[in-house]
Design a protein around this ligand. Structure first.
Ligand SMILES: N[C@@H](CCC(=O)N[C@@H](CS)C(=O)NCC(=O)O)C(=O)O
Length: 249
């Protein structure tokens, strides 16, 4: 049906290359929930990688030039650039299949995809709002960009860009109380999902869990988000389980 659409980067099904034989470089924006997601996957799979910050002008230009969509994170594997955390995750799964992060069962795979997408496209905008729009959150941002001329310039550019995104997507057009109610509804749902222990889909962590981990970590760093998350004990225990997944690479 959709022959022209290539999901991931096209190595799925190819023989897996041992991780130690690959040169992997992460173009990282440390606080980004999507960078958090990719770093957590790399750690879970025990993959060694070099990390460069996109806040350094040279790397920022490289990302613009070679990253196609210019967003962080991007992952360079043996000289080839992969962008978008979802595509990066599928590419890593194809190359380094164990431990598995995409369920083999089709129904579980569908649920994993839906949850990942909800996390990346819905929870994300709550986090963006709490960090960039809500005044307590906004006050924290300049320090993440640093005091260099490039950092101060980048802060101004990204503030304008993200406020435009939040407006276009609609979250910041809602009254604040409405957004906070959305956040509570999301957290209630998540808390119920992980109440019984384990991970979102059962005893094994999958891609959706790494996506949730990134967004929840991001939300927890905001003043409003951290106060709200204190009320959710099951989410807190789930986050501890996610943190303990790191393997020595
Ligand atoms: N869908 C992308 C989203 C990546 C994304 O939006 N990254 C943000 C940082 S959190 C970014 O690079 N924003 C800068 C821009 O849009 O130019 C993914 O999953 O990687």
């Amino acid at each position: 049906m959709y022959d022209a659409i290539v999901v991931g980067a096209g190595t799925a099904g190819a023989a897996a290359t041992p991780a130690r034989d690959m040169r992997i470089k992460l173009y990282d924006w440390a606080p980004s929930p999507f960078s958090l997601k990719v770093r957590a996957i790399l750690q879970y799979k025990g993959i060694a990688y070099d990390k460069v910050s996109v806040l350094q002008p040279g790397h920022w230009w490289a990302l613009r030039r070679r990253g196609k969509i210019g967003k962080a994170p991007a992952l360079e594997i043996d000289g080839r650039m992969y962008v978008d955390s979802t595509d990066i995750a599928y590419e890593l799964e194809a190359r380094i299949p164990a431990p598995r992060i995409i369920p083999s069962d089709p129904r579980e795979r569908a649920l994993c995809h839906a949850l990942e997408e909800w996390s990346d496209e819905s929870l994300y905008f709550c986090g963006l709002y709490l960090q960039w729009h809500e005044p307590e959150g906004r006050r924290m941002i300049p320090q993440a960009f640093g005091r260099s001329l490039f950092g101060r310039l980048a802060y101004r550019v990204y503030l304008r860009k993200i406020l435009r995104q939040l407006n276009g997507q609609g979250t910041s057009r809602k009254p604040q109380a409405h957004v906070f109610a959305d956040v509570v509804r999301h957290l209630d749902a998540l808390n119920a999902l992980v109440q019984g222990g384990g991970f979102a889909l059962g005893p094994q962590p999958y891609l959706c869990d790494f996506a949730l981990f990134g967004q929840l970590t991001y939300i927890k760093r905001t003043p409003v988000g951290s106060r709200e998350l204190l009320k959710y004990l099951a989410i807190d225990a789930y986050m501890s389980r996610m943190k303990s997944l790191r393997r020595a690479s």
